[in-house]
Design a protein. Structure first.
Length: 213
């Protein structure tokens, strides 16, 4: 674990390919999950595991090392190089106004704009996390065996919705071991397809068990 590095672990209720979004060898977290996007920084690690609605054993859906954090106008602006990405569903003009892009698939009805971005003109909830060092498993999620990761499984099994835990000691060691083993065992960044292919949802109310180490 690098100095200052934090792990953000959460249970996903929807894995539609929109959050996170894997496209052109880049993983982005731009929609929903604003509680993580507001505070995570380069060097931190994101870990998405299956919530009980998907998999009661909390299989690993993805892991990503954050390389950069962009503010909403940088990602959604008129001159953004990310405009063709599936999760770049908004356009923020030079005047600060926001509109849903014509190609939007996720959140195309605009009902999640306030949650995804926050109020204009600051859009303080609209930060986007970027990663080029990631492993996405989707429906081919990797099991988190209780015998191998007892503290992590206990943490994921225990908290209620919205709970936050601060990881320390053995739990941090298990998270570090998990990330290192996954990156070593699977050289390709994308290992599977989304669990909920065809869904336009990117749930904002995932079953959070946010573990910050």
């Amino acid at each position: 674990m690098r100095p200052g590095q934090r792990y953000f672990v959460y249970q996903m209720t929807v894995d539609s390919g929109g959050a996170p979004c894997c496209h052109a060898q880049l993983l982005t977290l731009a929609l929903a999950k604003c509680g993580i996007r507001r505070v995570a920084a380069p060097g931190d690690v994101l870990v998405g595991v299956a919530g009980a609605r998907i998999d009661g054993a909390h299989g690993l859906v993805y892991a990503a090392r954050v390389a950069a954090r962009l503010e909403a106008p940088q990602y959604y602006g008129d001159q953004s190089p990310y405009g063709d990405r599936p999760d770049c569903v908004y356009r923020i003009g030079a005047d600060g106004r926001c509109a849903v892009r014509g190609h939007a698939y996720y959140h195309a009805d605009g009902l999640e704009t306030a949650t995804d971005l926050g109020p204009p003109p600051e859009y303080r909830s609209g930060a986007v996390l970027l990663s080029r060092a990631f492993r996405y498993f989707g429906a081919s999620r990797r099991p988190l065996e209780r015998e191998q990761y007892p503290h992590l499984r206990a943490a994921l099994d225990a908290p209620a919705r919205g709970a936050r835990l601060h990881a320390a000691g053995p739990l941090v060691g298990e998270l570090s071991s998990l990330i290192e083993s996954v990156f070593a065992a699977f050289p390709d960044a994308v290992q599977g397809r989304p669990t909920h292919r065809g869904s336009t949802r990117c749930d904002r109310d995932d079953d959070y068990a946010l573990i910050s180490a």
